[in-house]
Ligand binder design. Structure first.
Ligand code: PLP
Length: 401
């Protein structure tokens, strides 16, 4: 019996205890250049790695963390990830994952109706959800080109490239949304991709345009979860799309890699991207081969919080973005790019000379930057319900002095 494959409560508890230790300043990890000939043993590995892995990591749930779409994750997802790693289920083989397959179908079944979709499956991110959706579009609707705004995520152009489809980027209005008048007249062989929550500005393309093309895909990687909240109407029209992408590892607070591709006609879409194999008991649907029970942490989160618990966190994040935007509007030294629509706040100092000074002085993780029309802006993303906006405001004021 090889003990390294069995439950070791003392060492697993040690792993948890290492998580809450304060490591202070840590040097970057010093790893052997070549593969070690002899192992150091599993429990020594934890002590060896903890200072740099845990001590050097960005803390996404810290009070000053308000920069990226990566949220802190609730502890229930850590527990479920541990179960997942130990079971190593493979959704490709029902025999190794009888429950996991069921769980994914149920979770997808819970979430799809919020988007007007009938089903779909999980992918490791919206990059792959977008690719999967456009693959279905090519098979089901015979499209030969993809049209999206110039603000669309790079994964749209990438998917078009992989699928051998022409890609056209259309101009945006000052809010960052697609200019409807720029749409080509003939969309009979076109997949139109509308972005709900652009990565840079949070803008939502007009979802009135859903249905104009042979296939409409809505990339709701970031803002999709607003559908579970009181802000659902901001994405009104999404329910008429042919497919939707949503990243669960963004505003559903899941560990990576967790996302959903959803379809209005799931049977048709899945049939079009399904492959059999002699050794497979069920067809392989989508881009991935072997894949794990990503749905388990999501299921546990949805059971623990319910829709109300999810929406409370998202609505709180939206409030935090509003508070920050109100401060920026009220300070004559600062300019707000546009009213935040989906929890993304874009702003800069009026005196652009002070941009770099601000950037240097703000705490790490307090803001990211983005370039719009060749101008640099600060960007805040409300993915962290534990962010303290007053603290952030104080830091900006300090840096402006
Ligand atoms: C983050 C993002 C993506 C890519 O999603 P991943 O989950 O990082 O692969 C696609 N589109 C938009 C609008 C995004 O914000």
């Amino acid at each position: 019996m090889d003990e390294d494959f069995s439950i070791d409560p003392d060492n697993l508890l040690h792993a948890i205890n290492l998580m809450s230790r304060d490591y202070g300043f840590v040097d970057p990890i010093d790893l052997p250049v070549a593969l070690p000939e002899q192992g150091m043993g599993s429990s020594s590995v934890m002590d060896f790695l903890a200072p740099s892995i845990l001590g050097c990591a960005a803390r996404l749930g810290a009070a000053s963390s308000f920069a990226h779409m990566d949220p802190p994750t609730p502890w229930i997802t850590w527990a479920m990830s541990l179960w997942n790693a130990s079971l190593n289920q493979n959704l490709l083989h029902p025999a190794t994952a009888p429950v996991a397959r069921h769980i994914e179908q149920r979770v997808v079944g819970w979430l799809a109706p919020f988007f007007g979709m009938t089903g779909g499956h999980m992918t490791p991110g919206s990059t792959l959800a977008n690719l999967t959706a456009l693959w279905s579009a090519r098979e089901c609707a015979g499209i030969n080109e993809v049209v999206a705004s110039e603000n669309a995520h790079l994964s749209i152009g990438k998917a078009a490239h992989i699928l051998g489809l022409r890609f056209r980027a259309l101009p945006c209005d000052p809010s960052g949304a697609l200019i409807a008048e720029s749409l080509p007249d003939d969309l009979t062989r076109t997949a139109l991709v509308l972005t709900a929550g652009a990565t840079s500005t949070g803008a939502i393309d007009s979802l009135d345009l859903v249905g104009r093309a042979a296939w409409t895909h809505v990339d709701a990687a970031w803002a999709g979860p607003l559908r579970l909240s009181k802000h659902a109407q901001r994405l009104a029209g999404i329910e008429l799309a042919d497919s939707v992408a949503v990243s669960a590892h963004k505003w559903l607070f899941q560990p990576k890699e967790s996302a959903l591709v959803l379809f209005r006609d799931t049977d048709q879409a899945h049939a079009a991207i399904s492959f059999g194999g002699a050794y497979l008991a069920v067809p392989n649907v989508g881009v991935l081969g072997s894949h794990g029970a990503t749905a388990l942490p999501l299921l546990a989160t949805l059971l623990a919080w319910g829709r109300q618990g999810i929406s409370a966190r998202i609505e709180h994040c939206m409030d935090l973005a509003e508070q920050l935007a109100a401060f920026i509007k009220g300070d004559h030294r600062l300019a707000l790019y546009t009213e935040p629509q989906t929890g993304i706040v874009v702003w800069r100092p009026n005196d652009i000379e002070t941009f770099d000074k601000l950037l240097k002085q703000l705490p790490v993780g307090a803001a990211s930057t983005t370039t719009i029309a060749r101008q640099r802006w600060f960007r805040n993303v409300a993915a962290n319900p534990n962010a303290n906006i007053n603290l952030l405001i104080t830091e900006v004021q300090k840096a402006l002095q």
